[in-house]
Design a protein around this ligand. Sequence first.
Ligand SMILES: Cc1ncc(COP(=O)(O)O)c(C=O)c1O
Length: 401
Amino acid sequence: MPEAWREVPPTAGLPLRWRDFLPPRGRSLEAGLAALLQLPPVQVECSGTAALIVALTTLKQLSPRRSVVIPAYTCPLVALAIVHCGLKPVLCDLRKDHFDLCLRTLEATCDDDTLAIIPTHLGGRLADVAGVKKIAQGSGAMVIEDAAQALGATCQGRPAGASGDIGFYSLAVGKGLSLYEGGVLVTRDAGLRARLRETSERLAPYRPARELQRLLQLAGYAALYRPAGLRLAYGLPLRRALGKGRLIEAVGDDFTDAIPRHRVGAWRRAIGANALGRLPLFLEKLSRQAATRKARLATIPGIRVMDDPEGGRGTWPYFMVLMPGVQARDAALAQLWSTGLGVSRLFIHALPDYPYLAAPLGGADVPHARDFAARMLTVSNSPWLREADFLRVCAVLAEHA
Ligand SMILES: Cc1ncc(COP(=O)(O)O)c(C=O)c1O
């Protein structure tokens, strides 16, 4: 295929096969996910954000507390979901040079209004949930683990997302497993699980037109999620947005508070169940590729690659690379972002700096999150990124670091 037609995705998702659209060959999506996560029955929702809304609405009914503490650098949908539920998002700054919550700041931030804390496993990397749980117990808050980007990761042998009171995962486009849009909600607590189910039945009716739209989008995804198709589906809109300087649009952070809520239909769940059978081997393959490429990236003086703590086995959709400064990061991106080699940015801003979050969050003082947003870029760990292209990326990073 000519070079100019190829596009590597910024994150390594599991490609769908047409066979996945045939009737289910084994267990249901819910049963397959429960087995993967070593958990009791799981709940499938129409997105990770919808799963979070079900969780927050349920907790709100159980407690008079109204604040929800989140990392100051995370998916803006998390803040929008909290506001959507009539709750108050409270930002906690990050550890310096890291994506995870600063536990000292967290301790000072939590009070007797804290309903929940949301530690977040970003980019498949593991957050310190044990540290958050200690602080949550001290302040009487619940822990909702955001494992939207970490389905299949484990820490000390335990699945990421399964240590908090509630956990959720995203099955959106580009995630390990995708239903085009989808989410999974989990808890070990049987009483809470029954309540989450009740809330979901109330909030998410079956909407046939929306389901048909998602099914067609999923078929389009199956057709185009490959190096030639991605040029059209991902590369063209990306370059158009970059050409106009619209960075929020370029990474798909241009969200609104209109968050769809509906059931996921049986056919889409069956497609997910069929694809799920291939996920463990796919994650293993990414992990092997990540081990050598991470080591190669780590030899570049001046940069830092996010990794897992001891005992952590994260997933590897992409590498989070921290450059020495904003100029170095932007110079590397100027050379790489539109070349189709899978180099990108994650969330463009720390949360208070999105114009649409200025009302609930503006003015928050979160220097480490702002610094992380300003210096970080992502390098795809897609198996479609050829070794020679990966080395080209490393050379550009080395030049600017
Ligand atoms: C960290 C994080 N949390 C929550 C979400 C929301 O998930 P969804 O897009 O499935 O609604 C995302 C989406 O990418 C995410 O990255």
